[in-house]
Design a protein around this ligand. Structure first.
Ligand SMILES: [Fe+2]
Length: 205
């Protein structure tokens, strides 16, 4: 058993013009593949951990042997984050979550409106210093927007991920160069709210 690159749920060019085909190809085939390989390599001496789910590993890092804990946190975190990121985007998606959906109601309740949420999430992504991710998570039944550095994953701090955007430069530089704010604005055109709703329904149980 080993971790493998998940199947991309759409064609490389299907998130155009917001996420370009070339970025998708390199991001998925080169970056995510390399992270997957590194995760497996970090478990070479502890192959029993390869049969666990990545969620189980990241949710309980203290159960991972200390000598490989940091490698699993980093390589496992970035492996999971990318798996999650592909799923939370979709062609012909985006906009606001469907009216009446549980996540739409939760967003309105927690942030005041979808527009207020969009601003908060975008600010977290745009203003995050250096590489990392912005997230919408559920924490003890409450929605929260946060950004995390580098490879860190909300599962490792007890929060349940519902939405994320990758703000490493490799996620946007080919198309947007240094214009992270424009990338984040366009990201809202590809958010898979159907998936986010599924995750929210599961997370709040
Ligand atoms: Fe990435």
């Amino acid at each position: 058993m080993s971790f493998s690159l998940p199947k991309l749920p759409y064609a490389y060019d299907s998130l155009e013009p917001y996420i370009d085909s070339q970025t998708m190809k390199i991001h998925y085939n080169k970056h995510h593949q390399a992270y997957t390989d590194k995760l497996n390599t970090s478990l070479d001496g502890n192959t029993e951990y390869r049969s666990k789910t990545i969620e189980a590993l990241l949710s309980n890092l203290n159960a991972v042997p200390e000598p490989i804990r940091l490698a699993v946190r980093n390589n496992g975190g970035v492996y999971f984050n990318h798996c999650f990121f592909w799923e939370i985007m979709a062609p012909k998606a985006g906009g606001a979550p469907p009216a009446g959906s549980a996540i739409a109601e939760a967003i309105a309740k927690e942030f005041g409106s979808f527009e207020a949420f969009r601003e908060k999430f975008s600010n977290a992504a745009v203003n995050h210093f250096g590489s990392g991710w912005a997230w919408l998570v559920l924490d003890k039944g409450k929605l929260e927007v946060l950004s995390l550095p580098n490879q860190d994953c909300p599962l490792s701090i007890g929060k349940k991920p519902l939405l994320c955007v990758d703000v490493w430069e490799h996620a946007y530089y080919l198309k947007y160069q240094n214009r992270r704010a424009e990338y984040v604005k366009e990201f809202f055109n590809v958010i898979n709210w159907k998936k986010a709703e599924e995750l929210y329904q599961r997370a709040r149980q």
